[in-house]
Structures are given as C-alpha cells and as structure tokens.
Design a protein around this ligand. Structure first.
Ligand code: CP
Length: 309
C-alpha cells in the first residue's frame, strides 16, 4: 500500500493500521532527509498550503511550517488574532477567501471540536486537523507513537499510561486510538473527575494511583492540566494536584524498572512534571518535537500525492 485510505486527516479514529504504518515508513525517509546538510526535497514545489491557527500554538504551528518548507511547498500563515475573524467573519467565509487564492491544502487548529471535519465537507482542499478543541490532535498522536517505536523498537505489546487531565485532552483521545491500532495496551491515570466515563468502553484501563500506574507501564505520557478549557474547579489547588499526580525524580527512581517519559508540551514545570524528570535521560520530550517534523512531512506528502497535478 502506498496511498492513504483517507482524503483528509481529521482524526486517528478514521485511519487504518496500514495508514499509520505507511505514515511511519514515509516519516523514516523524511527523518533521513532532515538530518542531511541540505534538509530539503523538491516534492511539493507546485503545492500551496495555508496554516490556519484560530487558537494558540508553538510546537504544532512551527513544526507544520518547517515540514512544509522542507517539502518546498509555498505557504501562507493565518492566525485569528489580528484577522477579520475579529470583525465577525465566519469560518467558511474566512477559509473560502483563502482558498480563492488557489490553496491546495489547509492545516487548521480550532477551539471547536468538529471544526476540521466541518471544513473538509465545505471546501475543495485537503484538510489536516492540527487540534480541534477537546476532540483530536492526530499528528501529535502519530509523532508520539513514532517516538515510542523509535525508542523501544515497536509499539505492539507496550504498556502506555496517559496521566493527567484526560477529560479536556485531544492528545489523550488521539493517543488512545493510535496506540490501540498499533497493538499497545493503554491506561489513563488522574483524578477521577478528570477521566471521561467512557474509558472502559474504549478498552482503556483506569487508575487513580500514580505509583501503581507507573509500575504497570513501559511509557508514561504526562499531560498538562488544561486550565483554559476548564469551566469549573476539578481539584483544590495545583499544589495538591502535583502532590498526587505530578511525576518527580523520587517516584521515578523508586520504580522497579526504567520507564520512558513523554510530554506533548507545553510543559508546566513543577505541576505535572518536575524539571529534573523533564530533562532526564529517561525523557524523550525533545525527540518527540524532532520527530514531529518528519511525521508531519509524511502526512502532508501522502495527502498531497492524492491531488491531481
Ligand atoms: N503539543 C502541542 O500541540 O503544542 P502546541 O499547543 O504548542 O502546538
């Protein structure tokens, strides 16, 4: 198979295991390219990509932009702050105006779940979801699983615990789908009121005991508390959260085996993870960021190869 089964990347839920493996195989080639002295290929010289960010981003925005430049695409960047969205322009009008400038592919981050899927039905361009509210963040899950594969040789059979604010996290849901499709066992751990009720229906283990969860896993993916998405108080204080669910060196060193530590960023140092753990040799946080460029190059390349040119 050398083509994706989907026309857009909206979520991991719609991808097959073969799609994910094709993205990884393609990312392996691009990882080799970005480590060469000349880190660029001419593959998308005739393709124009619009990066539409209706919500803040550092890693995803820069990573997509770099991936597009490494593929030699032409790019336009749009962020909602400072745009006519502030004057009341709708999402479809905004995007159609951008598409009339002959854009082939749209990368979009939006605060509303379902925004990427809505857009894909309305516009004549490929759409990549760069995070839609609390729904999915597919390229984050792909780069996370790719980084586990790189570190441990395979994702199949590995035990991965996702720790923190699962309720408000698009990264958690995309990771669950991706890891399960690749044959990993998944657990979520955090305060019970930050764990959605449907986790067991998804075949995911649930724990509220950090030490127990860490003893079970090969990989711990630490998530940020998403205060900006919380409309009520879920725990007494960040200090209390950190005491019960924060990963520190003392707990890490007390485990019976060496686990791999991940974090999608942005990190709240001293809340969900201490600096000495985030910067330790067990952490692959910066490798995740590096792999993000190769994985996003693969996704863009594979979707663009479906465009008639
Ligand atoms: N991991 C992630 O999505 O980070 P940004 O919000 O900075 O893009």
């Amino acid at each position: 198979m050398n083509n994706l089964s989907v026309e857009h990347l909206i979520g991991i839920k719609e991808l097959s295991t073969e799609d994910i493996n094709l993205i990884f195989k393609t990312a392996d080639s691009f990882k080799e390219v970005i480590n060469r002295p000349i880190k660029k290929v001419p593959s998308l010289r005739d393709i124009t990509i619009a990066n539409l960010f209706f919500e803040n981003s550092t890693r995803t925005k820069l990573s997509f932009e770099l991936a597009e430049k490494r593929l030699s695409a032409d790019i336009v960047n749009f962020s909602a702050s400072g745009s006519s969205v502030k004057k009341g322009e709708s999402l479809v009008d905004t995007v159609n105006n951008i598409l009339s400038m002959k854009v082939d592919l749209v990368v979009m981050r939006h605060p509303n779940p379902g925004a990427a899927s809505f857009l894909a039905k309305k516009v004549d361009a490929k759409v990549i979801n760069a995070g839609d509210g609390t729904h999915e963040h597919p390229t984050q899950a792909l780069l996370d699983a790719y980084s586990i594969r790189e570190k441990l040789g395979s994702v199949k059979g590995k035990k991965v615990v996702i720790i923190g604010d699962i309720l408000h996290s698009r990264v958690a849901l995309s990771n669950i789908y991706c890891l399960q499709k690749l044959g990993a066992e998944v657990m979520v751990c955090g305060p019970l009121n930050l764990i959605p009720k449907n986790m067991k229906d998804l075949g995911v283990k649930v724990s509220t005991n950090l030490k127990e969860a860490l003893e079970w896993c090969d990989v711990a993916n630490m998530l940020r508390i998403q205060l900006e998405r919380q409309d009520e108080t879920y725990f007494p204080s960040l200090r209390e959260y950190s005491m019960l669910f924060g990963l520190n060196k003392e707990i890490l060193d007390s485990l019976s085996k060496k686990i791999v530590v991940m974090h999608p960023g942005p990190i709240n140092r001293g809340v969900e993870i201490t600096s000495d753990v985030a910067d330790s040799e067990q952490s692959i946080i910066l490798q995740q960021v590096e792999n993000g460029v190769a994985v996003r190059m693969a996704v863009i390349y594979l979707l663009a190869s479906q465009i008639e040119r």
